[in-house]
Design a protein around this ligand. Structure first.
Ligand code: HEM
Ligand code: HEM
Length: 176
């Protein structure tokens, strides 16, 4: 029962990547010494496009491997809310990745990891676009944090309180 191994691996790799991206993103915009800030920016900008790639590959995989049904013991409304939160998680993860990429490239800043791979910026410099992308990245980050909070609380509720099999649909990362 539950998700297949590939879907689970995609889920948990995304969790690890996002668990790095969010704290690094928050710390690097604080008033910290440049010796701390610079490597965090390079890490965040460098890892970001790969997070986006993982999320897009995961969605592609999902087209052929739809989500398994939740146990019948979960009320219909809760099932709807769960699916809605999953769609919103995908939406804001993509918006976060795209707005980050747009913000950096139209701002004229380098993405060192892509440079090293010989991938040139896809967008020209634009002060107006970079400002909008910066706003979107900040607002989308808040939405993502709230959604992840709801999602993790629900997962913990099912795993610890209800013990109804919902948690083991996604855990462990390899299907038994
Ligand atoms: C899904 C992936 C990503 C997550 C979860 C994420 C998360 C965050 C968070 C939480 C912040 C601090 C919030 C704020 O700006 O107020 C931030 C800031 C930032 N992120 Fe990301 N980010 C992601 C992808 C990217 C990508 C792909 C890039 C660029 C290649 C990027 C570049 C930046 C920059 C430059 C900032 C500093 C804020 C600014 O001045 O615009 N991020 N990110
Ligand atoms: C960065 C944090 C996370 C993100 C972005 C995320 C995203 C998602 C998404 C999009 C799905 C739906 C999969 C699909 O139908 O395609 C999902 C399912 C699931 N996630 Fe997460 N997740 C995160 C963290 C966690 C954590 C920390 C746990 C456990 C404590 C967890 C447990 C589960 C479970 C049990 C499911 C299957 C539930 C169901 O199908 O209704 N997730 N997650």
């Amino acid at each position: 029962m539950g998700y297949g191994t590939v879907s689970r691996l995609f889920h948990w790799v995304t969790v690890v990547l996002v668990a790095v991206m969010i704290p690094v993103g928050i710390v690097m915009i604080q008033d910290v010494p440049r010796s701390v800030q610079d490597p965090l920016f390079i890490l965040h900008k460098g890892l970001g496009p790969f997070v986006l790639l993982v999320v897009l590959l995961r969605l592609l995989w999902r087209l052929w491997h739809p989500a398994p049904a939740l146990p019948a013991s979960v009320p219909a409304l809760q099932q709807k809310v769960a699916r809605l939160v999953h769609v919103a998680l995908y939406f804001f993860l993509i918006l976060q990745g795209v707005s980050g990429y747009v913000r950096v490239t139209t701002g004229g800043f380098p993405i060192e990891t892509l440079q090293r791979l010989g991938i040139r910026p896809l967008l020209p410099k634009s002060e107006a676009v970079t400002q909008v992308a910066e706003q979107i990245h900040a607002v989308s980050a808040v939405a993502l944090i709230v959604l992840i909070g709801m999602h993790v609380a629900a997962a913990a509720y099912h795993g610890i309180v209800r013990r109804d099999g919902v948690f083991s649909m996604m855990w462990p990362p390899v299907a038994k």
